[in-house]
Design a protein around this ligand. Structure first.
Ligand code: RIB
Length: 322
């Protein structure tokens, strides 16, 4: 790394387009079998949605000169209001979020087992109605954006409109290809509009069409994804095994930060949110990845989703970057 000091010299905003859910998180010894009633240990709620989580991660990490802007859709209901309040309290600008009276807010029911593994069942509600309104809002915000962050929980045609405009405006796009989609569900040219793709192991296996068991197979998969999908930079996040990055200027395996994992849910969102924010602030890719990995590690050591996102000082301390 040439300069590992944290950069904060760019007053632009980080722009999020995607899903906001209310997460109902169930801690349980195991999942119930078909026809069985199984008693679980605990239920709690947390704001969620991949874009919602990434927005809170970016906002908690953001330097005060940066704005984090969320574009999405919630229902006119108690969950929608709670999410709007919580996310704005975390510093997310929610002016771009529509309240839709005709549909409910998205919800995800998430089971966490004693190993911290998670099983997410989502009902997208209002997120599924994101379309022209949201794409136009995102496009209007691009002139002042440092990075656009998108995922795969809202209609991909909406995200693609914003990604195309981002390319035209020279705004880098970070695409978290989650949840994984079959090739028929993905519009032509979708992945080519991403500058950085951040699949987890499972998503990378689906995109590359090959298993990933170790660092060499991660490298092979990253190469295949770059060749097949036309993205400049692929970062495969491998949970407790670190990340593999493949780009023109940066290539290799980066080992993880060691933490005790309580719940692995939303770690990829902590990673993507802080990666985007760190790039907006002017950090180089290597620095931004280190900060993002620290955020992912801190996230798995806390319960919740939006509520588990770490703060700037915690991330800087773990990453050892000042
Ligand atoms: O990545 C975790 C998120 O996926 C959860 O917050 C849930 O809402 C689903 O969107």
């Amino acid at each position: 790394m040439t300069d590992n000091s944290i950069q904060t010299n760019n007053p632009k905003s980080t722009l999020l387009l995607g899903a906001i859910n209310m997460d109902l998180i169930v801690e349980t010894e195991r999942l119930a079998r078909a026809g069985e009633t199984f008693v679980c240990d605990r239920l709690y709620t947390s704001g969620g949605g991949k874009a919602g989580n990434q927005a809170v991660a970016a906002a908690r990490f953001a330097d005060s000169i940066n704005d984090v802007k969320m574009i999405g859709r919630v229902g006119d209901d108690a969950f929608g209001r709670e999410l709007q309040t919580f996310m704005s309290d975390q510093g997310v600008n929610m002016n771009g979020v529509t309240t839709d009276p005709d549909i409910e807010t998205g919800v995800a029911i998430i089971f966490i087992d004693p190993t911290g593994e998670n099983f997410v069942h989502a009902i997208y509600g209002g997120n599924g109605r994101c379309g022209e309104v949201e794409a136009t809002r995102a496009i209007d915000e691009l002139t002042n954006a440092g990075v656009l962050l998108v995922q795969q929980e809202i209609p991909l045609s909406c995200s693609l409109d914003a990604m195309r405009a981002a390319k035209r405006n020279g705004v880098p796009v970070v695409l978290d290809p989650a949840p994984a989609k079959s090739p028929e569900e993905v519009p032509d040219g979708f992945y080519q509009h991403a500058d950085i793709l951040t699949p987890n192991t499972w998503e990378a296996e689906a995109l590359a069409g090959m298993p990933i068991d170790d660092v060499p197979s991660a490298e092979q998969a990253a190469n295949r994804i770059r060749d097949r999908l036309g993205c400049q930079c692929v970062i495969i996040t491998m949970a407790g095994d670190g990340v593999f990055v493949a780009s023109e200027d940066l290539r290799g395996h980066i080992p993880p930060f060691e933490v005790d994992a309580i719940a692995t849910v939303a770690a990829g969102d902590a990673f993507a949110g802080v990666l985007g924010q760190a790039l907006t602030e002017g950090n180089d890719l290597e620095n931004a990845i280190r900060l993002a990995m620290a955020a992912g590690a801190l996230c798995v050591s806390k319960p919740g989703t939006q509520s588990a996102m770490p703060y700037r000082n915690e991330v800087l301390e773990m990453a050892g970057i000042q």
